[in-house]
Design a protein around this ligand. Structure first.
Ligand code: B16
Ligand code: MG
Length: 219
């Protein structure tokens, strides 16, 4: 039986992909690296350090570990500055409704985000109150597609993976959910999250009614 839900943040609750894009773009322009929205989409759900490695690989550039850390920190400073602009109107359509229904029906709810800034984003959205457990980039060391972040969330809720549904927008996020033995709901196109158990193009379609209808034997 399903007793809990684990939410990804960027692309599920709010669309911080745009702020990540602007920060990476500023750094790339400064460094003379090629960076566009298509490459930004490949960074969905992956950690900051893995992200900079993808950008460097794409540009066929090799730098020292020290420089890599330094530049990733610089990007983060740019990103964090932009988070002050997030307000409670910045939920993706449907996200707050789903969180509210889950609260009303007494489900356990956890966050399972790769971001080390997840708490700040939830605070800006006034969304901390919807979560029993906040798992973020500081909670585990192995990032998605490893299932660690979701296993950690389930454990803190006192639940088994098969009692939880993970909601994710990233290909590697769905990989992580499957690797951990979780049920999964994918948000996005078939070529990105078609390997989830249930897929919606947009978060607004992911209502509790639709989810319950699909996984009917589990509720
Ligand atoms: P930070 P999610 C992910 O968030 C983003 O999709 C990804 O683009 C970003 O690199 C990652 O968080 C780390 O973020 O630099 O703030 O630690 O989708 O897992 O909620
Ligand atoms: Mg995401």
């Amino acid at each position: 039986m399903i007793k809990g839900f684990i939410f990804d943040l960027d692309g599920v609750i709010t669309d911080t992909a745009e702020q990540h894009y602007v920060a990476w773009k500023k750094l790339s322009d400064q460094m003379g690296w090629q960076f566009d929205r298509e490459l930004n989409d490949q960074l969905r759900g992956i950690s900051r350090l893995d992200s900079i490695k993808v950008i460097l690989d794409h540009n066929q550039i090799e730098i020292s570990e020290e420089e890599l850390n330094h530049l990733a920190t610089e990007k983060n400073e740019k990103y964090v500055e932009s988070l002050d602009e997030i307000t409670p109107t910045d939920f993706l359509p449907g996200a707050e409704e789903l969180l509210t229904h889950l609260r009303q029906e007494g489900f356990n709810v956890a966050l399972g985000s790769a971001s080390k800034n997840a708490k700040k984003v939830l605070e800006q959205l006034n969304a901390v109150r919807y979560f029993d457990v906040i798992g973020d980039g500081n909670s585990v060391s192995k990032s998605k597609p490893a299932p660690a972040i979701f296993l950690n969330g389930a454990e803190k809720m006192g639940l088994q993976p098969e009692e939880c549904i993970v909601i994710e927008d990233a290909e590697k996020g769905i990989d992580a959910a499957k690797a951990g033995g979780f049920y999964s709901v994918g948000i996005g196109p078939q070529d990105r999250v078609g390997h989830s158990d249930l897929r919606f193009d947009e978060m607004s379609q992911a209502t509790l009614f639709e989810i319950k209808s699909y996984f009917k034997d589990l509720f």
